[in-house]
Structures are given as C-alpha cells and as structure tokens.
Design a protein around this ligand. Sequence first.
Ligand SMILES: [Zn+2]
Ligand SMILES: [Zn+2]
Length: 435
Amino acid sequence: MEVSFLGAAREVGRSAILLEGKKKILLDCGLKLDNEDELFPIIEQRTVRKLDYVALSHAHLDHSGFIPGLYEQGYRKKTVLTKPTRDLTQLLLADALRINEDVPYDEKDVSRFLASTHMLEYSERAGPFVFHEAGHILGSAQVEINDAKRVLYTGDINTRPTRLLEGAKTGLAAEALIIESTYGSPYDSLPSLKESGAYLANSIKETLRRGGKVLIPTFAIGRGQEILFTLESYMRSGGIPHAPIYLDGMIKKALRIYRHNAIYLKREVQRRILTSEDDPFNSEFYAFPEKKDRSDVFAAGPCIILSTSGMLNGGPILTYIKALGGDPKNKIILVGYQAKGTRGRELLEGADELSIDNERAPINMQIDEARFSGHCDHKDLMEFIKQVKGLKKVFIVHGEEEKEEEFARSIEQWAHKAKRNVDVVVPRLGETHKI
Ligand SMILES: [Zn+2]
Ligand SMILES: [Zn+2]
C-alpha cells in the first residue's frame, strides 16, 4: 500500500492525502490561504479520475475547500462524510465562492459534490471506512481505512472534552497513523478549558464594568460556538455582568446548523436544549445587529461582540474595529491561533494602527489574548499515539515544519524508551511512501 502527500506536508492548509491499495482513496482536499494567495493540493486530473472514494474528515476549508474542484475535474463518485460535516461544508463553500473570485470551480461543482455525498455515522462501516469521533468541531471524524493495511487518519483532533463535544476517541488500532501536529512542538502546551474560560470572563468583566465594549474575533465554526457557550454560562451564573452578546457574520448561520445537529453534541447540551428554559442556543443574552452599518451596536452600552473572521482577514469584525478600535475603554480579545502576516498577529505584536480598506484605523483599545483550542497540544498528541494499538508507522502532517520535526523526535524518543518499533516520517509535499 502507498500513501502520497498532496498537501498539508510541512504546512497547515490544503490537506490532501492519497492512499493506494486495493482502492484509490483521497483523504480530505482543502485550500491554503497564504497571504491573499490561494494554494491547492497538487493533484493531477488523471489521478482524480481514477479515485474510488473521497473521505472528508471535517468541514473547515483547509480540509474541504477543494473538493468541488475534484468534481470540476471529472470525479463522479462519492464523498464520504458525516451529516454535520455536509451541512457545515455547504455553508463554508457558499461563503468561499462569494468572497473569492479565483477558486477554480463554481456553484455547479458544489451542487455536484453535495449530490454525491454518502453520510456515515460514527462507528458505522461503509466500504473500507469507519469514522470515529475527533472532538474538533461538530461532525469532525477520524477516518479508519481498512484496505491492504489498516490506516488511521486523525484529521484535526482534540482529545479533551469541551463544552459542546466529547473528546476524540482513543485506543483505536492501526498499523499506520497519519496525525495532525498543529500544536505538536514540546513547547506547545495549552491551558485547560476551565483556565481559559476564567481568564476570558475576568478580562470581559473588567471592560464591561468600565463601560467599554468587548470585541471577540472568532472562526465561524468550532471555536465560535465554544466561546459563545462559555460566555452564556458565565453570564447566567453571574460570573460576568449581564450585557448583550451580539452575534455577527457567519457564526449566526453556523449556530443554526449546530442546533439542527444537536444529536452530535454532548448529552448534557442535548438535555439542556430539551429543558427549554435552559437552552443555550436560545439565550436571552444573545442579540443581533439590526442596521446594516451596525450603528445600533455602536450606540448600545457595554456589550460583547462576537464576529468573524478569527484572524481579522475579513468579515464584519473589521467594521467594528474601525468604529470602536480608537477608544481606550474598549477591548479586543484574541482567542485563537494568529498566523504570521495577519492583522491578528499585528495586534499581538503591539500595532497601534491597522490597515483596513486602504485606510489606517487607529488602535487605542486594549488588546488581550485568551487561548481556546480545538486541537490537541503536544502532551495530548503523545498520549494519543501511545494508545494506538499495533502501531508500526507514523506520518506527521498539518503543522509548521519545525513543529513537525520536534514532534517526530519526541515520538522517536518515546518509541526507543518503550522498546517499540515505530517508524516516524515527516513527509515532504508530493512524496510517496510505502506502508
Ligand atoms: Zn479544523
Ligand atoms: Zn485543519
């Protein structure tokens, strides 16, 4: 059996892994946004036409964003995914088409993809696939492939339970493991959800009491819902003063999809939805901007504004920064990874102005950071690997190059100490390896 890395090799973005055994299988097919440029997986049309299956681990565009491109190139078979992944991917692709002019497919290809989906429940078997919970976002899956060998692809994983999801399933069996490494460096240690929540609540409390507004830029899917439910819970229990929580951008639509797919959420959340006075999706604290220019929100008193995009690349958050960023009473709290070259990173590095729509927007508001992650940190990843049964080979993907190398060394050290014969590979883009 062979595995080829067509993307996400020594990089985060454009995840695409080709498995060739009895069947030809593509795992994920995403986009990479690299300073305005879009990069695609390096897949040739003749490979696309020979594929037997595509499996999608979860909806994020770095995993899903080029799947319609496969249909554009003549792929006519199924894409295997979970139902929430289908719903969320539909939302994200529609948005990607609206914003970007240079994606090499159109609505027809998106429809073709949606008409060719095969939905799979966790633990159910279909062809060579079994999906397992990945704990990353709603519907996210680890993909187990039973072909000439048994292979496990983690997609993006989080083994810690969050407010909405159970942690990823561990203790699975696989001869070869293809694992993400976003926080794979031994220096990557993430605070617990409880610590992050408490820090966020304190930071918000301080600003609201001063009469300021709090901006929280966030990804539409995954972290957005986790943050929202954290705030709702603190507010209900009196941990932060009552104030409207404005939801703006795609996060609102994504929330509806989360609600429709509630059976994929934690039992506890499902129970709260059923007892309607405690439904976290219908909280009395949520508010929505009514005016297109958001003047109603600007005129409101102290409030919290949750809006996309998470790294300030675009979205309504920029409108808020322009209007509110000059006032030192206000605060912006960054909650996720801020890639190099983004406005989010500029803020963390202390920028006192940002360029938005070719204008300089002064930044006098306070800047704070509370880390919430949908990924395992180094320790969690190591623990996950130790629990894989029958493991012979590990391929590290979906991480910055240095982190992948450091992660590989950690795995080798463990294998050596534990007297386990495990081969570790950090593949380069376009490489093919034997399993
Ligand atoms: Zn993801
Ligand atoms: Zn990812």
